[in-house]
Write a protein that binds this ligand. Sequence first.
Ligand SMILES: *Cc1c(COP(=O)(O)O)cnc(C)c1O
Length: 412
Amino acid sequence: MTVEAAPNPPVRRLADWSAERLGDLADEYDTPLYVLDLDRVRQNYRRMAVEFPDADVYYAAKANTCRPVLETLADEGAGIECASAGELQRAIDAGVPGERVQYTAVNPPARDLDRAVEIADEHSITITAGAEDTVERLAERDYSGRLCVRVNPGVGAGHHEKVATGADAKFGVPIERVPELVADARENFDVVGLHAHAGSGISGEDLSAHRELVARMGDLAREVGDLEFLDIGGGFGVPYRPGEDPLDLVSVAEATREAVGDLSSATLTVEPGRYLVADAGVLLTAVNTVKDARDATVVGVGAGMTTLARPAIYGAHHEIRNLSRSGGQQTVTVAGPVCESADTFGDHELAAPERGDLLAIGNAGAYGYEMASQYNSRPRPASVVLARGEARLARRRETNADVTRLEQEDQR
Ligand SMILES: *Cc1c(COP(=O)(O)O)cnc(C)c1O
């Protein structure tokens, strides 16, 4: 019997979302509203699993820690890569088995490390240390469990200098010092893996850097020997602009296999964050004000840098679509409600927006809600998830009372 594979396009564009469906969700849950389609998250995971059939896929939770996302990906077979004790707690609470959880500590605060060791003792997660010092701090806590060493391989890739981490001294143990560190660490810990993450935004053009990193890591793994896994990190890019091609995952996988060489019994691990969730999410926001300024038309919307911070932090581009009308394109500046000049989503060609229109901001599934803040005392937005078309509230909208809740507790 032949089973026809379900269609699984390499990218979902903003234009592919149903304006009617999104409009209904905005009516029901109000705006700003994050919408995340869990079925698309599954599709993204499956493409990755198909192209890296021998690899283990760990989802970098920091891209979107919403519980249904963790549950969905764990259900598909993904492990979970955590950046903090808070994320560890989320993974464990979502029912992910400890053997499928990694904690990658970058200069971990003491409280974080204490909690990670506690969770590791109970659930046998893997702790990844990015400095000799962190290994010592783990020994001081009598930790003797599964340890992975984060390597600074001296090559990096990234879509913006602030996320190019591989070559950055902050991340990982310099590659030339790793064999000695591993030899020493083996006396106290169960050293199970090596790890490197070259920063986010591997694109077609960046493959040479990716190849270089993977080759160095493959050589290192052979030198060190006797490992369960070699983790080459995440950073699989997604197209943020309509003309941009999706990442050619087949080429990336091929380049990876070629460059890594024979790992004997060690499993290759990849850690995508953005790739699994970015195009599964949109942010809905309403037009509050349309202003003809001297040299621009400024469309003021409810979402801002406190809702989706990437444009303000990285100068990132997110596509915007007017769901309320079509035709009559006009170049406008879309700006948020925060009193900061960085609070803008940039210039966009939109069907001329009017007050009350509903806009959708694309690729909002990764690093959207996670970077939201309460700056300007703005409550964070609600998130809904879709599964087989059904919507449910995943995070309720904050209220003004939520914003002041902690101070009021202090005063009691
Ligand atoms: C952020 C991060 C990732 C995921 O990066 P993406 O660009 O979202 O794929 C993977 N591994 C580590 C250690 C990270 O910090």
